[in-house]
Design a protein around this ligand. Structure first.
Ligand SMILES: [Zn+2]
Length: 276
């Protein structure tokens, strides 16, 4: 892609992200990797709703500025993705409310609840918390980037990437839509998960149609363990959510509590009974 087209498309996607409330104020950032390896990125401290083409920064593949415009302080996250994923040509980072609610609650979007999502995106893991614009954040994301096309970052937000800026944006949109449906379904009594044989059929379809290749078999989704799907390289992404997920529910309506939380609940129940 040439620089002028990249500038135009980044501005269009920025407006969409702002209008859909995926970002507020000067939150979020977008970048595109050009054919010659240079990166066009959103500037620091500019609202994505009021951004114009000439405001964008251009850097080399290591993030070194090539113009007088300063790129977003979170460019390191984008550079990590471009290094880990040869196929990634664009990155969109935002704080969409429903997806970010999962990230704040310490939950991944990893239940098999929507057929289309298994076909086009797969699961979205939760990277442990890392201070934005530091190595902490990129270190937490690194093990997950290879097999997933979108990630949640604990107590922060979401990032999605793809072959162009529209695919990256579409993935971010799917992430947010899935999180919203998951939250709404909980209000209706909880989501019902798809059974393993249905998941296997969907994975077969997505590979034949070219929506996701075999790398998707190595995603961190717990439900892949329940199927006959095997990660061909044997290097399935795993997520350490022990510090982030103290209490979580899955779509089958099971509740997981730590020993201390269970004791606290029982004590509370006993105390309430006495008062009554
Ligand atoms: Zn952010």
């Amino acid at each position: 892609m040439d620089e002028q087209t990249a500038r135009r498309e980044i501005v269009r996607v920025g407006k969409l992200m702002y209008e859909r409330s995926y970002v507020v104020s000067s939150d979020g950032n977008i970048s595109v990797r050009l054919d010659d390896g240079r990166i066009v990125a959103t500037p620091t401290q500019v609202s994505k709703g009021r951004m114009t083409e000439e405001m964008l920064a251009v850097t080399d593949s290591d993030g070194k500025p090539l113009t007088d415009k300063r790129a977003s302080s979170e460019l390191a996250m984008h550079l990590l993705i471009y290094r880990e994923r040869e196929d990634a040509r664009a990155v969109c980072h935002a704080h969409p409310p429903h997806g970010s609610a999962f990230a704040v609650a310490g939950l991944a979007i990893d239940q098999p609840i929507l057929s289309e999502v298994i076909l086009t995106l797969g699961c979205v893991p939760l990277a442990e918390y890392g201070t934005p614009s530091t190595d902490e954040l990129t270190d937490a994301m690194r093990p997950l980037v290879k097999h997933h096309n979108a990630l949640l970052m604990a107590n922060h937000g979401a990032v999605a990437y793809g072959a162009d800026v529209w695919q990256a944006f579409d993935r971010l949109e799917t992430l947010e839509h899935t999180a919203k449906i998951a939250i709404l379904s909980r209000a209706l009594g909880g989501a019902r998960n798809l059974p393993p044989d249905s998941i296997e059929k969907l994975i077969d379809i997505r590979e034949k149609a070219g929506y996701l290749d075999e790398r998707g078999r190595c995603q961190s989704c717990g439900y892949l363990h329940e199927t006959k799907i095997v990660c061909p390289t044997g290097e399935r992404a795993t997520v350490n959510t022990s510090s982030a997920t103290k209490t979580s529910t899955n779509g089958a309506g099971k509740i997981f509590l730590s020993r201390d939380e269970l004791i606290e609940l029982l004590v509370e129940a006993a105390r309430t009974q006495k008062i009554d």
